[in-house]
Design a protein around this ligand. Structure first.
Ligand SMILES: C[S@@+](CC[C@H](N)C(=O)[O-])C[C@H]1O[C@@H](n2cnc3c(N)ncnc32)[C@H](O)[C@@H]1O
Length: 266
C-alpha cells in the first residue's frame, strides 16, 4: 500500500487526535521561536493534520509531499489558509532539491517522515535553505510505551523478521544520526525527544497485523511475499497464544515527541 492508497483513511488509521495536533503545532512554534513573517517548510506534510496548525500567527507554511493524494486530503481541510497564501502545498520528492530559495527558511519540520528520506540530502538541503541569522530543524514522531500491545507486536514481528535474515529499519537511529550531523556542524539541541502531547488509544493485536498486511514490505524493508506471509502467520499464532484473542482491546497512551536543533545563528 503506497501513501496514495492510504490517503483517504490515513488520519483514521494513523492520525493523532485533534487536541494533540494542535498541541504539537503550538509546541513547534514555541520551541522554534517562530515569529510573524517566518517561513516554515514541512517535508512529508501528508494530510496536514499537524501542518494546518503551523500556519498561524503570521508564519507562512510550505508543505512538500511526494503523494498527490495525501496533499489533496491536506488541501480539503485548509481552503481559506491556501487562498490567503498562509499555506502552500507542493507535490515533489524530498530526495530532490527542495523548491525553496537559499537562506529563506526559519524552520524545517518533519513529522514521521525523516526515515523515508536520504539523511545526507536532508542535511544538505536543510543547511542550504536555512536563514543565515538562525534556523531550526524540528523532528517529530509518535512514541508508544515499551509495554503495550503494539510495541510487543512490533518487537515480535522484528524478531521473526530477523530470523529470516532481514533487519528492520531503525528510525530512531536515523533521527539521532541526522541530529548528530547537525550538532558537529555547530548546531545545538533546543530539546531532545520532548513529549509535547499524549492521547488515549485502544489497541488490538489484529490492528497491528492488518496494518502490516496492507503495507508493502515490513519494518521499512522490502521483503518477498513468502517471507512476509511466514512472519505474519507466525506472529498471528504468537499473538493468539499471548492475548487469547486477536480482537482483545487494551487501553494505552500514545505520545508525540519533538526534537529541535537550532543552527546557523552567529
Ligand atoms: C507517515 S506519513 C506522515 C505525514 C505527516 N507528516 C504526519 O505526521 O501526519 C509520511 C509522509 O511522507 C511522505 N513521503 C514519503 N516519501 C517522501 C519523499 N521522498 N518526499 C516527500 N514526501 C515523502 C508520504 O507521502 C507521507 O505523506
Amino acid at each position: 500500500m503506497t501513501f496514495d492508497d492510504q490517503a483517504p483513511l490515513f488520519d483514521q488509521r494513523a492520525g493523532v487526535t485533534k487536541d494533540a495536533a494542535r498541541s504539537v503545532g503550538q509546541a513547534v512554534h514555541r520551541l522554534a521561536s517562530l515569529k510573524k513573517g517566518d517561513l516554515l517548510l514541512e517535508i512529508g506534510a501528508g494530510t496536514g493534520e499537524i501542518g494546518e496548525h503551523l500556519a498561524s500567527s503570521g508564519v507562512k507554511y510550505f508543505g512538500l509531499d511526494l503523494s498527490l493524494l495525501m496533499l489533496r486530503e491536506f488541501a480539503k481541510r485548509v481552503p481559506a489558509k491556501r487562498k490567503s497564501g498562509a499555506i502552500s502545498l507542493i507535490q515533489g520528492d524530498g530526495d530532490d532539491i527542495w523548491p525553496v530559495e537559499k537562506g529563506t527558511i526559519r524552520a524545517v519540520f518533519m513529522s514521521r517522515a525523516v526515515h523515508l528520506l536520504e539523511g545526507r540530502h536532508v542535511l544538505r538541503e536543510t543547511k542550504r535553505i536555512a536563514r543565515p541569522d538562525g534556523a531550526f530543524l524540528v523532528l517529530g514522531r509518535v512514541r508508544r510505551p515499551d509495554e503495550c500491545v503494539r510495541s510487543d507486536m512490533r518487537r515480535e514481528m522484528r524478531r521473526l523478521l530477523s530470523a529470516e535474515g532481514v533487519e528492520g529499519r531503525d528510525s530512531t537511529k536515523q533521527i539521532r544520526k541526522l541530529c548528530q550531523d547537525l550538532i558537529v556542524r555547530g548546531g545545538r539541541f533546543v530539546c531532545e525527544e520532548n513529549q509535547v502531547a499524549t492521547w488515549k488509544v485502544k489497541e488490538t493485536p489484529l490492528q497491528s497485523l492488518n496494518s502490516w498486511r496492507e503495507k508493502t514490505g515490513l519494518a521499512g524493508k522490502p521483503v518477498s511475499a513468502g517471507v512476509k506471509q511466514k512472519v505474519l502467520t507466525s506472529l498471528e499464532a504468537w499473538a493468539e497464544e499471548k492475548y487469547g484473542s486477536l480482537e482483545k482491546e487494551t487501553p494505552s497512551e500514545d505520545m508525540y515527541e519533538l526534537t529541535v536543533i537550532e543552527f546557523g545563528a552567529s
